[in-house]
Design a protein around this ligand. Structure first.
Ligand SMILES: Cc1cc2nc3c(=O)[nH]c(=O)nc-3n(C[C@H](O)[C@H](O)[C@H](O)COP(=O)(O)OP(=O)(O)OC[C@H]3O[C@@H](n4cnc5c(N)ncnc54)[C@H](O)[C@@H]3O)c2cc1C
Length: 403
């Protein structure tokens, strides 16, 4: 019987273990934390956005995003969901393709995986950090803090460095490097952005619907639309996560927010001017009333250099136009990100050119496999990263168990 050691009991590792065990291999999962699936349990704000029905290679990035194609083709979102259904997990898809467990609780996903592994006889070794991995005859020797074990085949599923609090480490890169693999430079994706815009503090705690553009020296790198959260350090929220990868690729990025995306600049200027006739008792501080959140409105007035206490009757056409332009292009210079502790995904990882995308096996060391975030593949926001973990994990498990 082939023995398979899976290093890392996260999404990719658990899927790999299940697949290898279902094909008759004797599988052990080594997990450095005190239980498997700790990061999985906090995904999607505890709801676990486990897949996206639109997952295709275009949603994946890295030196070669198309590396993800064979795994996604062989274990598509539809097949993944029917597999989860076979484990007893019901799911629901939102109109934008994001898939969640029907229970709305990530714990359900961890539970079905854990119980399925137990049922298939997968041996779970938690609180066991693999510190070295070496060739041993035709197979491998793994060393944890409490001794060494041998296995015919090894699947490295250690994840990336993002989400430090939930198990993100660089150990997977080191283990693979020790066997001759190479790692790209690492940065963060799906992360909050820091800004030196002095108005961040006044806006702290507000959520707004906006169209977001990441501009590098005036050139648009990426755009998204949806919820933006203002914080004391800068910007957060799903629409910011979506463009963070591109935003961080340029040293001088400016995030431009269109805070009134449903109306044009001239329509907004006309609405503001109309205040002079319809509600002349207002001050300029209230001129945005009814269009954007009040605190945002006052910040826009102040950022335009106007006095909030002046009467709205003082508003001229030019000033109304200036205010409208600002509301549609409110800019935040990016001075960094919120780092490994807060990022959801690592951009970069072990070179995919050193692995066969049809099997996930190393091209340098036979019998060695890798899957999930440890590789140089990261997906867009919206369930794509977990789908990559499931698809690549399944392919690695399938290949590693092959006789
Ligand atoms: C807060 C947060 C929310 C997220 N929400 C979503 C979401 O809703 N949808 C989505 O698609 N993606 C989401 N992601 C991203 C997603 O969780 C990851 O891309 C995915 O978990 C990667 O799976 P993985 O198995 O490769 O790595 P991980 O899930 O990180 O698992 C790796 C495991 O390996 C273990 N390990 C590492 N090194 C060793 C070692 N040397 N020995 C033993 N064990 C080791 C770690 O402890 C960890 O348990 C989120 C991430 C975070 C941080």
């Amino acid at each position: 019987m082939i023995t398979v050691a899976v290093i890392g009991g996260g999404a990719a590792g658990m899927m790999a273990a299940l697949e290898a065990a279902s094909r008759g291999a004797a599988v052990s999962v080594y997990e450095r934390q005190n239980r498997v699936g700790r990061k999985l349990a906090v995904t999607g704000n505890g709801r676990c956005n486990l897949s996206n029905l639109n997952a295709s290679p275009a949603a994946y990035h890295g030196a070669d995003g198309s590396f993800a194609e064979p795994a996604l083709r062989r274990f598509s979102p539809e097949e993944t969901l029917s597999y989860f259904r076979s484990l007893g997990l019901l799911t629901v898809a939102e109109p934008d393709g994001r898939v969640y467990p029907l229970s709305d609780t990530s714990g359900s996903v961890v539970d079905v995986l854990r119980f399925a592994m137990e049922a298939l006889g997968v041996r779970l070794k938690d609180s066991c950090e693999v510190r070295s991995l070496e060739r041993y005859g035709e197979g491998f020797r793994l060393t944890c803090q409490d001794g060494s074990v041998e296995a015919d085949r090894v699947i490295v599923a250690c994840g990336g460095m993002a989400g430090e609090r939930f198990g993100g480490t660089g150990l997977g890169y080191r283990l693979l490097e020790s066997l001759g693999h190479h790692c790209t430079p690492l940065r963060w994706s799906l992360v909050q952005l820091r800004s030196d815009n002095p108005y961040c503090r006044s806006l702290k705690g507000i959520r707004a619907d906006a169209e977001v553009s990441a501009l590098c020296r005036g050139e648009r790198l990426a755009s998204s639309a949806g919820e933006v959260q203002f914080t004391d350090y800068g910007l957060s929220g799903p629409a910011i996560f979506e463009i963070s990868r591109s935003a961080l690729s340029c040293p001088k990025t400016v995030i431009s927010l269109d805070l009134v995306r449903s109306v044009s600049e001239s329509e907004l200027a006309a609405m503001l001017l109309q205040r002079k006739r319809s509600t002349p008792q207002l001050t300029l501080g209230d001129v945005f009333l009814g269009t954007v959140q009040n605190r945002i409105g006052r910040v826009l007035v102040s950022a335009s250099g106007l006095k909030a206490s002046e009467s709205v009757r003082s508003l001229g056409e030019k000033t109304a136009r200036t205010l409208a332009t600002l509301a549609k292009n409110f800019e935040f210079s990016v001075i960094g990100d919120m780092g490994a502790a807060n990022a959801q995904v690592t951009a970069g990882g072990i070179l995919t050119s050193e692995f066969d995308p049809e099997t996930m096996e190393s091209r340098l060391v036979s019998g060695l496999y890798a899957c999930g975030e440890v590789l140089d593949i990261d997906g867009d926001c919206g369930g794509y990263n977990l789908q990559w973990a499931w698809s690549s994990g399944r392919l690695a498990g399938m290949s590693a168990a092959e006789v």
